[in-house]
Ligand binder design. Structure first.
Ligand SMILES: *Cc1c(COP(=O)(O)O)cnc(C)c1O
Length: 835
């Protein structure tokens, strides 16, 4: 944002109307129709009669925008004028999901808009299906960022979200012969009506080159960076409307462009191809989202992406959001840069570089400021997910930043020595620079040293972070570590995704829960009311029918009546243990076909998987193949009598999540204890009245504590038990030998029963389980199967199940992202709302 908008700028006032506040279209069906037709004619250049579905979708979306515009302009002006402390959320991912319904809901226009379209002879549902969700994230981390900016707007907290406008988001998944095939996600092919490009506000982002020392006018030695090439960062703004509060915050995503379409020097030398190649090179930076979830690959382009968006964002804030003559020593009162994982951590040396090299501050003063301006959220416990950059690569791409990191590290280690003496082991363990296997920068350590606070994302995760992952840092920085348990936005994941349940809840306790989710507690007494329970059960049944309709049209799949819907949707990762769920399926199948259990005695279940695997993650892709293979065999086997089905709709994304989660009876949250930082899928399910079968991991722990042991199916080892078994020496083959059910299930897979007799296809999965099994699937198997038997028994009493489901809804208000944002404000940001 470039300060006040021109409508309010005295120099822009050549006509009295230019000074008047912007007003939106009239809030009536007629007003909506008129604006819609105007957009169709003047923005799309078509008449209603000759308009395509895409024209209508665009004109419709633009009309919704028009209603939000006055508030957006006003809030940008106020944010500049007030100079209140602002949350700058830095995230490489925003998994936004569809925007249309969310923006209609936030602006209170849903009914007017529906009627207006009907008056034009248009079914609003036909417009909805035109929208392609911006999949600018991999999974939980990106979705969290999207939930947080929704809550910040709804709570009127000054905030700008910054990120990357990937031309291709997370890949579109299809299956060919049961195996994942990735297709590019060309979400911008038809354009997006929600974005506002601002090429005039582009920023130049330097890369490469070297540094030089020089003596400034005051005789002081200073450093300058002489970069080798530049890339233009072009901002695209997106509205982030709060729920019915007239607040509209901004999400600003950067797109990469070559500095000049044609490098004149090269062009004049006649090397046209070289000039075009350079352009492609620059524009590659925002071309595609890296599809690795939790396993960064250390690729040069990824570091370029990180620096590109962080440098653009910090520069944008410093240059355009601060009042003229702003005293930079007051910066910590004006902004907190929240680092969503380590992806934006290069922002730390970047702010130091700007303050010291460009703004002329002394190092110590700049470091004082920087340490107060950043806070860091850690999202993992997996060692392989902790991002490191080789010194070689970082020095080549960002030579000045590497120098700054070295100096930060030198001063930090000197302070450590002062405190703990020359304990070389400790120094090596705490150094921001790792020496093995190659010299590299530990980004999580840099963030911890620089951040005013470091938070984990669930109680258990934060405790393990303090005690196991960064204990030396916790000792060195008492009070720096804190917890903020994740949350999800109730607007999208309850109000929008589950209109049936929302209406039922609102009829019982009013609509206040949408922005005050603790109010769901009031439903506890309704759990005792048989009429309410019947209505609740009917909502669940109708959500299942709605999902059935979606899957029939989308994938040609059928959901049978009377089946329990058992759902496991999340990224495919070995630590999340989709294999454990699959072993349970195979066990049930094997027990039927071997005749040990009569099919008619089996509680009918449809197991639904949804999961993308990183394209380079071979084992994850094999597991997807096996799930599909098991599904084909089980679903087609007449001996099963249709009582066990496995469905794997491809391309799990936010759009599908919004249909699946409200229909689920059982939520699978079965990661190995100590591996899932929080999870947020678990919260969405519980809030929609699914019961959880889960381990004591991540936020499951808090869900179970809140909903009560009677309303949660706990199984598996606790984190200390996991540690203990590792220490004793874990031998998965022993579990295989000692458990008949487990042996039968694994033998069935090994026999080729799911691969047309070919024993080799899934052999790597089998041997991985028997001889490696890093995530202890076999150790938790028997406990899991026993818990599933408790699930079956509980489901047999439908009324008791519904009672427990209502209590899940009533007791999960804590998991609103509004509460999470309140915790961030109280514990980390200290930013009051400005309205
Ligand atoms: C919530 C969500 C996730 C995160 O799910 P987890 O079970 O917490 O891993 C991933 N993808 C989508 C589309 C989501 O909506």
């Amino acid at each position: 944002m470039t300060g006040p908008t021109s409508a309010h700028h005295p120099l822009g006032a050549t006509h009295p109307l230019a000074l008047a506040p912007v007003t939106g279209p009239a809030s009536s069906v007629d007003g909506f129709v008129r604006q819609f037709l105007r957009n169709l004619n003047y923005e799309r250049g078509v008449p209603l009669s000759g308009s395509s579905d895409n024209d209508r979708y665009f004109a419709f979306a633009m009309t919704v925008r028009d209603y939000l515009m006055a508030r957006w302009l006003e809030d940008q002006r106020r944010q500049y004028e007030l100079q209140a402390k602002s949350v700058v959320y830095l995230s490489a991912e925003y998994l936004l999901g569809p925007q249309l319904d969310n923006n209609l809901l936030a602006s209170g226009l849903t009914d007017i808009a529906t009627e207006a379209m009907a008056a034009c002879g248009i079914d609003i549902n036909d417009l909805r299906t035109q929208e392609i969700e911006p999949g600018l994230g991999n999974g939980g981390l990106g979705r969290l960022a999207a939930c947080f900016i929704d809550s910040l707007a709804t709570m009127s907290v000054p905030n700008t979200g910054y990120g990357i406008r990937y031309e291709y988001g997370i890949f579109r998944q299809t299956f060919v012969d049961g195996q994942q095939v990735e297709q590019p996600d060309s979400w911008l092919e038809l354009g997006s009506p929600w974005e506002f490009p601002h090429p005039e506000a582009s920023r130049t982002i330097p890369f490469g080159g070297h540094t030089e020392k020089y003596i400034d006018d005051d005789g002081a030695e200073r450093t300058r960076w002489v970069p080798a090439w530049n890339v233009q960062a072009v901002p695209f703004n997106y509205m982030v409307p709060g729920y019915l509060n007239g607040r509209v915050n901004t999400l600003r995503l950067w797109s990469a462009k070559a500095t000049n379409s044609f490098d004149l020097r090269v062009f004049n030398s006649g090397d046209y191809e070289e000039a075009v190649r350079a352009q492609t090179f620059a524009e590659n930076i925002s071309k595609v989202l890296y599809p690795e979830d939790s396993t960064p690959q250390g690729k040069e382009l990824r570091l370029q992406q990180q620096y590109f968006f962080v440098a653009a964002s910090i520069g944008d804030f410093l240059d355009n959001m601060l009042s003229d003559g702003f005293d930079l020593s007051a910066l910590p009162d004006r902004v907190i840069f929240q680092l969503n994982d380590t992806h934006p951590v290069i922002g730390v040396p970047e702010l130091m570089r700007v303050l010291v090299d460009e703004r002329g501050l002394e190092w110590d003063a700049a470091w004082q400021i920087t340490q107060k301006c950043f806070a860091y959220t850690c999202h993992t416990l997996l060692p392989e997910a902790l991002e490191v950059w080789s010194v070689d690569l970082l020095g080549r791409l960002l030579p000045r930043h590497l120098e700054i990191i070295y100096r930060i590290n030198d001063e930090f280690l000197a302070a450590v020595r002062e405190r703990f003496g020359d304990d070389e082991m400790r120094i090596r363990n705490m150094s921001i620079i790792a020496e093995f296997p190659e010299r590299s920068v530990r980004m999580a350590y840099l963030a911890t040293v620089a951040g005013s606070k470091v938070n984990g994302v669930a109680e258990l995760h934060s405790q393990l972070l303090r005690d196991k992952v960064l204990p030396d840092f916790n000792e060195f920085y008492p009070g720096k570590f804190t917890n903020v348990t994740n949350g999800v936005t109730p607007r999208r994941f309850l109000r929008l995704a589950n209109p049936g349940l929302s209406a039922l809840i609102s009829a019982a306790i009013g609509t206040g829960w949408v922005t005050d989710l603790d109010r769901l507690r009031e439903l506890e007494t309704y759990a005792e009311d048989p009429v309410f329970r019947a209505a609740f059960a009917e909502v669940k049944a109708s959500n299942k029918r709605r999902l059935g309709d979606v899957l029939r049209v989308r994938d040609g799949m059928e959901i049978s009546d009377g089946h329990m819907l058992d759902v496991m949707v999340k990224r495919l990762h070995e630590y999340k243990r989709q294999m454990l769920k699959l072993l349970h399926v195979v066990t049930q199948y094997e027990s039927i076909v071997s005749g040990r259990v009569a099919a008619s005695d089996v509680q009918p279940r449809t197991v639904i998987f949804g999961a993308k695997a990183a394209p380079g993650y071979v084992m994850a892709k094999r597991i997807i193949h096996l799930i599909n293979a098991v599904g084909s065999v089980v679903n087609a086997d007449p001996r099963v009598e249709g009582r066990l089905k496995v469905l794997f709709p491809p391309n799990y994304n936010v759009t599908l999540a919004e249909r699946l989660i409200p229909a689920a009876d059982l939520s699978e949250q079965i990661s190995l204890a100590g591996k899932e930082a929080s999870g947020t899928g678990n919260m969405k399910f519980a809030l929609n009245g699914a019961l959880t079968i889960g381990t004591d991991d991540g936020a499951n722990v808090e869900i179970r504590q809140l909903v009560g042991d009677d309303n949660f199916f706990l199984f598996g080892m606790s984190e200390p038990e996991v540690e203990d078994l590792w220490a004793r020496g874990y031998k998965p083959a022993e579990f295989y030998q000692n458990d008949d059910n487990l042996r039968h299930a694994i033998d069935l897979i090994a026999s080729g029963a799911f691969s047309g007799g070919d024993r080799s296809v899934f052999e790597p999965i089998v041997s991985n389980l028997l001889y490696d099994d890093r995530f202890m699937v076999l150790a938790d198997y028997s406990s899991y199967v026993a818990a599933q038997e408790r699930v079956d028994a509980a489901y047999a009493d439908q009324d008791a199940w519904t009672h427990a489901a209502i209590l899940n809804v009533a007791r999960c208000g804590f998991f609103s992202s509004d509460r999470a944002i309140r915790d961030y404000i109280d514990r980390i940001w200290h930013t009051p709302p400005t309205r």
